[in-house]
Design a protein. Structure first.
Length: 94
């Protein structure tokens, strides 16, 4: 399914062994010019690999809600604020 998808949003949580679940191998399976969206945790994505895929046009866009110095300001990165902890449920559980 990933080979033909124009967008992918892996729903994974951060934590060992889930650090850097989006890797060069995973991105290599995706259709060229795809859109990658991540809204779990910043460490889920290997940013160096994502930036390399953007440079090589393997990815068209990267959208994530854990901006970093490496991704903020990149012309094909949409960096959003992480709002997961700003929900009523999250506030009740904290």
């Amino acid at each position: 399914m990933v080979r033909t998808a124009t967008a992918a949003a892996p729903p994974v949580a951060l934590g060992y062994p889930r650090l850097h679940q989006v890797t060069a191998r995973n991105l290599g399976l995706m259709r060229a010019g795809a859109l990658l969206l991540t809204f779990s945790r910043g460490g889920v994505v290997d940013e160096a690999v994502v930036l390399a895929a953007l440079k090589a046009d393997g990815l068209a866009w990267y959208v994530g809600d854990f901006p970093s110095a490496a991704t903020v300001g990149h012309e094909r990165v949409i960096a959003l604020p992480h709002l997961g902890a700003s929900t009523g449920e999250a506030e009740d559980n904290c």
